[in-house]
Write a protein that binds this ligand. Structure first.
Ligand SMILES: *[C@@H]1O[C@H](CO)[C@@H](O)[C@H](O)[C@H]1NC(C)=O
Ligand SMILES: *[C@@H]1O[C@H](CO)[C@@H](O)[C@H](O)[C@H]1NC(C)=O
Ligand SMILES: *[C@@H]1O[C@H](CO)[C@@H](O)[C@H](O)[C@H]1NC(C)=O
Ligand SMILES: *[C@@H]1O[C@H](CO)[C@@H](O)[C@H](O)[C@H]1NC(C)=O
Ligand SMILES: *[C@@H]1O[C@H](CO)[C@@H](O)[C@H](O)[C@H]1NC(C)=O
Ligand SMILES: *[C@@H]1O[C@H](CO)[C@@H](O)[C@H](O)[C@H]1NC(C)=O
Length: 804
């Protein structure tokens, strides 16, 4: 892109600077014909014409160089036609240019000066300052021409924003070399969250230098520390600016050129007494803004130069196959949000930063998590690549104007979000490459055949299940089995976190870093394809903060799996039935959990469009997230109803002893009221810290009966879990026990709905009815193999087939 001619430096060092002359660099007024010269005679200010004698301009130019020497023009759009103009410094400290009493141009100053003077400096900066203040550069001037650039950038001149004074310094090209009327080409800093310098052609982006990455502009790899230039980019609350200074006496300037639509840098060569071309921007095809379209990259050394990013394919393949590639690319398969991961690409000029957000305080790992958690975040990387890298920048939406450099170290690493299927195929590719290089070719061939074979089998099984109509309308991410196998470490015992009636639950971690819980249905589980798909469809549509979120599923060969968000704190039974862990749950926390479960269940019964009866609510089906929020899980046995039908009858009874309502356990009649019963039992368990049904010695203890007996004797508080005695508020706990007893009444019609329960829990003003005798589960006790003891182990769901 840029041609660097280092030899130029040697020949162009200028040493011949005039000795101090009596200064006429300061002035109060200036007329055509007169000039003001900077102290060392480098620049002059005056009225000049550029070829046409009828148009003259107040301008600054190099004093001793023959051509292309203008660096600043005041009245570019407003030339003067004769020599009757005058430039005057007025007493408040403003320069005013008038022509026959017409105002042509003037400066403005935020404050009035006491004793102002105008001065042309050797940097090429025309300034207004207090006469008696030291004339050090870098001082706050009352006004300076460097704040109002024309088409030329000089050493020490800032481009960009003074946020305090609301000044935006920009280069604006002249219409042509002999017409300083402002053209439509500009070079500006745009204040994105991650600011960038653009060359704009009118309102269209023409070229992008890339954001400042701590070392250089992302799109300017040659911008390395060197003995000639010092580059300085500042971005803080006061300013966002870029400037360069010189460490040698080189004479150099950067000019924005409307004709060539470029921004070349020239260096003065004393040997040839001419300006030599040094470099330019944009320099090559890939430097022009967005030539390859969205989600693609441009590489000057490739043919064709445009290609899609990993995991993306051309938006319109026909156009892509021709040379016309500005349409860009789109994802091969859709993102799944939480299950996605990232691939990285090295050697890039990072994408357009219009839609970004920056957090300088976090590292790359946190950046990844933050990006993963925001479903519209498409890419991230360090915002500062200096040292070992720091800060976080995230991109939202399409990734635009990416360039790939031939040498990876010339560019930056970008982490791009992809769906699990793409991550997996990339991993396979990598492993294939590894095999191919490390193992003999013959083995490579065998492996290739093996992969093909596996692929065929996989495709066959996909085809098979695709034929089954009930899978067709799953609108959930389908995960490849291989991804889950890797995530759960091949379903290792160490990853197992639970065992239920239908199979095992494993903890896993995806390539993206996301932790998941995989419910792997045992192959001979009672839950057939129909139940599985039932559960998947249900949970995919049902979303509430007190319900566990289903992230995806996997159906492959005989495997059926559900992938849930992972709950760090495991299930509720783990806490309440454990004398040590129980201490972690004081009364306010338990009350919060009770209310959460009630809201989740109410949502299932009333608010979700589907009206769902859970049928297996119990402590081990309530999971706790990192802040101990309860989430109801395991909808495997749920049934949906239409508006009308809120009762059902089944010959398959599914549930857990101790939680089942009598009418359900005995007659298979279930309804939202049988869920209310289970809720009541669970509520009492949470308060008592005891299982609803357990063995104590040889006796089977029924918690509900026990509570009822004490309640009748006005001694209900005796059963409160000693773990929360200190924090318990007697009136609240009693009211909760009361509500619990209302829920476990024998007859379904006596039990409140979950909506009432939520209301009763939320207000202590509503009078509660006196509870009637609770329902008992008496029959068929012998079916249960082993009664669990009053604390420990998990209550297993059972499935009963009642003859009908
Ligand atoms: C300058 O103005 C004079 C008088 O109006 C005119 O004769 C001449 O052609 C003009 N020159 C140019 C280059 O426009
Ligand atoms: C020069 O400009 C002045 C003021 O704008 C105008 O009155 C005058 O006619 C112009 N002269 C010529 C020769 O164009
Ligand atoms: C970038 O990081 C380096 C080294 O950690 C630090 O010195 C520098 O100030 C940072 N630059 C910016 C722009 O934050
Ligand atoms: C601008 O570009 C044109 C065309 O390349 C060239 O002839 C001209 O000298 C350039 N002007 C400057 C000031 O660089
Ligand atoms: C930024 O986001 C807006 C809104 O989604 C979109 O219209 C625009 O094209 C995006 N710009 C870039 C450069 O990504
Ligand atoms: C994702 O990030 C964008 C941009 O910062 C923000 O507007 C949006 O609210 C975020 N979305 C979520 C779900 O956090």
């Amino acid at each position: 892109m840029s041609i660097i001619v280092y030899t130029l430096f040697v020949s162009s060092l200028v040493v011949s600077i005039a000795a101090d002359t009596p200064s006429n660099s300061q002035f109060q007024s200036l007329s055509p014909g007169e000039t003001i010269v900077s102290p060392r005679g480098i620049f002059e200010l005056g009225f000049f014409n550029l070829g046409n004698p009828n148009k003259s301009y107040l301008a600054i130019r190099y004093k001793s160089y023959p051509d292309q020497t203008f660096v600043w023009v005041a009245n570019g759009a407003n030339p003067i036609n004769d020599s009757s103009a005058i430039l005057k410094l007025n007493s408040p400290g403003s320069l005013v240019l008038t022509h026959y009493n017409n105002h042509v141009w003037s400066t403005s100053s935020p404050k009035e000066a006491m004793n102002p003077v105008a001065e042309l400096l050797d940097s090429g900066n025309l300034v207004i300052r207090e006469k008696n203040e030291a004339k050090l550069e870098g001082k706050e001037y009352l006004w300076q021409s460097f704040d109002y650039p024309s088409n030329t950038m000089l050493a020490g001149m800032k481009i960009g924003w003074d946020l305090k004074r609301k000044i935006n310094r920009r280069l604006i090209a002249w219409k042509s070399d002999d017409d300083p009327t402002p053209g439509d080409l500009s070079w500006i800093i745009v204040l994105h969250p991650y600011p960038e310098i653009y060359m704009m052609s009118g309102t269209k982006k023409h070229h992008r230098l890339g954001p400042w990455n701590g070392l250089r502009f992302s799109g300017m790899p040659e911008m390395k520390p060197n003995p000639v230039f010092n580059y300085k980019f500042v971005s803080n609350k006061d300013e966002v600016t870029y400037m360069w200074t010189l460490q040698t006496s080189l004479i150099t300037k950067v000019v924005l050129n409307q004709t060539s639509q470029q921004r070349p840098r020239y260096v003065w060569s004393e040997a040839t007494r001419s300006w030599n071309f040094y470099s330019t921007m944009p320099g090559e095809y890939c430097d022009y803004y967005g030539v390859c379209g969205a989600n693609s990259f441009c590489s000057s050394t490739a043919s064709p130069m445009c290609d899609c990013l990993k995991g993306f394919k051309p938006k319109s393949p026909e156009k892509w196959n021709s040379m016309y590639r500005t349409e860009g690319c789109r994802l091969k398969s859709p993102l799944t949000c939480m299950l996605d991961g990232f691939v990285h690409v090295d050697g890039l000029k990072v994408p357009d930063t219009t839609n970004t957000s920056v957090d300088e305080s976090i590292d790359l790992e946190k950046c990844r998590t933050k990006c993963l958690n925001n479903c519209s975040c498409m890419a991230y990387t360090n915002s500062n690549i200096s040292g070992s890298g720091s800060g976080c920048v995230m991109w939202f939406g399409d990734l635009l104007d990416i360039k790939l450099y031939p040498a990876p170290e010339s560019g930056q690493r970008l982490y791009i979000r992809l769906p699990p299927s793409e991550l997996d195929s990339i991993r396979h590719k990598v492993s294939k490459i590894m095999y191919a290089t490390s193992v003999a070719a013959a083995i490579g061939v065998i492996l290739a055949i093996y992969f093909l074979y596996r692929r065929k089998i996989y495709e066959k099984s996909m085809a098979e299940y695709n034929n089954e109509s009930y899978v067709n309308d799953l609108d959930l991410p389908l995960l490849d089995l291989s991804i889950i196998i890797v995530a759960t470490n091949k379903f290792s015992e160490g990853n197992k976190i639970g065992e239920g009636g239908f199979g095992s639950v494993y903890w896993g971690k995806l390539a993206s870093g996301l932790e998941i819980a995989v419910k792997r249905l045992s192959k001979n589980s009672d839950q057939g394809m129909s139940e599985f798909v039932n559960e998947v469809k249900l949970i995919a549509r049902v979303q509430h903060r007190n319900l566990v979120k289903l992230l995806g599923c996997c159906i492959q060969k005989k495997e059926k799996m559900l992938v849930y968000e992972y709950m760090v704190n495991g299930s509720l039974d783990y806490f309440i039935f454990d004398s040590t862990k129980g201490k972690l749950l004081d009364w306010p926390k338990r009350f919060h959990i009770i209310c959460g479960i009630a809201r989740g269940l109410m949502y299932l019964h009333q608010d979700s469009r589907l009206r769902i009866v859970h049928r297996d609510l119990k402590a081990s089906n309530v999971l706790l997230d990192d802040t101990l929020n309860p989430k109801i899980s395991d909808f495997g046995v749920a049934k949906t109803f239409g508006e009308e039908n809120i009762e059902g009858n089944t010959n398959r009874i599914v549930g857990t002893y101790g939680y089942m309502a009598p009418e359900y356990a005995i007659d298979g009649q279930f309804s939202i009221k049988s869920d209310v019963f289970s809720f009541g039992v669970l509520l009492l368990e949470i308060i008592c810290g005891k299982k609803s049904r357990c063995s104590s010695g040889k006796q089977i203890v029924h918690l509900v009966d026990h509570v009822w007996t004490l309640w009748k004797k006005d001694m209900a508080l005796q059963i409160v879990d000693p773990n929360m005695e200190d924090s318990c508020i007697a009136s609240e706990v009693l009211r909760c026990i009361h509500i619990g007893l209302l829920c476990v009444q024998q007859y379904p019609e006596d039990r409140p709905t979950m909506t009432s329960v939520v209301l009763l829990l939320g207000s202590d003003e509503v009078q509660l009815d006196e509870p009637k005798e609770p329902g008992h589960f008496v029959k068929k006790e012998s079916i249960e193999a082993n009664s669990s003891s009053c604390s420990s182990t998990n209550a297993m769901s059972i499935t009963l087939l009642t003859a009908r």
